[in-house]
Ligand binder design. Structure first.
Ligand code: S3P
Length: 436
């Protein structure tokens, strides 16, 4: 339960390479585990969440060797998983439990999967419902929470119109679709990140996506043919982690920061568009494509941020970045407001409540709403340092560490180590770049 002290800064300068993208690392780790042969996954995320996925894949029979950020996974093909000896532990990771449920639904054995206290409070009905439609038998605590007891079955392909915009739900159904007879179709109500689709393509599955509709052909497992094969893949840096440094650099006129090799998949860059719309100084000097994913460098300088409102279909495209934006609110001219973001209440913590509580601790003026938040801008007064309670949520801890740099006096982040869920070296990197 480490406490981290944050002192006022003058600017953010230098260069940084971020840990591998968390969303992509989860998908590569899972697909490598059900592929035939060895995959080499370079620049794999250091996040505790992604290591929860690797531990689950290992317990299911994949061979995994980890050397720094290179992970070698040897899978035994889509029929190669074995029943684990005990319940799988997804830790704090919603992506692990929800995506893996899709794979487990198609196995010829039963598995129990659970996670920490936070994960056991998060809604699982959203994946249980479509996987049941595909033929799996799933027992959930009170019909909606982990532990999930998943009795795998011969799955049937379905056409699933998703009731909510969620990449995790889409991915669970697509992964189950690999084990189903025929073509599984998913229709989204709004765009969400498409890393699963791109990763499936890389591993050799038959997948097509047009607009909001995605289809995947089952691997014909019941007939003993069809497979996906191990690959060498490089994970780009995590844009959701980069955002803490983009925010930090933007706050100070004298900042100049270069962020190398960041994933810039268009389903993730709504956050950059929003920063630009606020007047941020962000340039992308180079862009390339690797394994279907767009990758580039970001050059960030200090700027006066206007603030603004985010709502509707944009919310799912930058949901993980909302804590940082809210914590920036008091430093903007017009403040920051989110609407249609009730989903924030069922993330690693109730992020709307956690943001409102900690912003108030620092002296901000905040209106908390059932599906959003309004944070007043500069005119409402300067922020002062405070003791921050992240409620075990990595993104709350990191967002307030950045706010602390521009507040008056000392900020202390309680339980600061929770940042390791996505970014174990966050405070060291911040310390290296901060000019005090
Ligand atoms: C993720 C999807 C998002 C996001 C989460 C990671 C993913 O969740 O908030 O941190 O990797 O698919 P939802 O799909 O539930 O919105």
């Amino acid at each position: 339960m480490k406490k981290q002290t944050i002192l006022p800064a003058k600017s953010i300068n230098g260069g940084i390479e971020l840990p591998g993208d968390k969303s992509i690392s989860h998908r590569y780790g899972m697909l490598a585990g059900i592929a035939e042969g060895t995959s080499e996954l370079r620049h794999f995320s250091a996040a505790a969440d992604c290591h929860s996925t690797l531990a689950c894949m290992r317990a299911l029979g994949a061979e995994i060797k980890i050397e720094k950020d290179v992970v070698r996974v040897t899978g035994h093909g889509p029929r190669g998983l074995q029943a684990p000896r005990k319940a799988l532990d997804a830790g704090n990771s919603g992506t692990t439990i929800r995506l893996l449920s899709g794979i487990l639904a198609g196995q010829n054995f039963s598995t129990t999967i659970s996670g920490d206290d936070s994960l056991q409070k998060r809604p699982m009905k959203r994946v249980v419902a479509p996987l049941r439609q595909m033929g799996a038998e799933i027992v959930a605590r009170q019909e909606q929470f982990a532990p999930l007891e998943i009795h795998g079955a011969r799955l049937r392909a379905i056409s699933y119109e998703m009731p909510m915009a969620s990449a995790q739900v889409k991915s669970a159904v697509l992964l189950a679709g690999l084990f189903a007879e025929g073509v599984t179709k998913v229709i989204e109500p709004a765009r969400t990140r498409d890393h699963t689709e791109l990763a499936l393509e890389e591993f050799g599955a038959e997948i097509e996506h047009h607009g909001l509709t995605t289809t995947v052909r089952g691997l014909g497992i019941a007939n003993g043919h069809g497979t996906i094969t191990g690959r060498t893949l490089e994970v780009p840096g995590d844009l959701s982690s980069a955002v803490f440094f983009i925010a930090a650099a933007s706050l100070f006129a004298e900042s100049s920061l270069l962020i190398h090799n960041v994933g810039l998949n268009p389903t993730r860059t709504a956050i950059l568009d929003f920063f630009l719309s606020m007047g941020a100084d962000i340039k992308t000097p180079s862009l390339r494509t690797a394994h279907g994913e767009v990758v580039g460098d970001l050059a960030v300088k200090g700027a006066v941020l206007k603030g603004g409102i985010i709502s509707g279909d944009t919310i799912p495209l930058l949901i993980d970045e909302l804590p940082m934006l809210a914590a920036l609110g008091p430093f903007t001219e017009q403040g920051i407001e989110f609407r249609d973001a009730a989903e924030l209440r069922v993330k690693e913590s109730d992020r709307i409540a956690a943001l409102a509580e900690n912003l108030r601790r620092m002296g901000a003026t905040v209106e908390e709403r059932p599906d959003g938040l309004r944070v007043e801008g500069r005119k409402a007064g300067k922020l002062h340092g405070a003791e921050i309670e992240p409620h075990g949520d990595h993104r709350i801890a990191m967002a307030f560490a950045i706010a602390g740099l521009a507040a008056e006096g000392k900020t202390v982040i309680r339980d600061a180590d929770c940042a390791g869920v996505s970014f174990p070296t966050f405070y060291e990197e911040l310390d290296r770049l901060v000019q005090g």
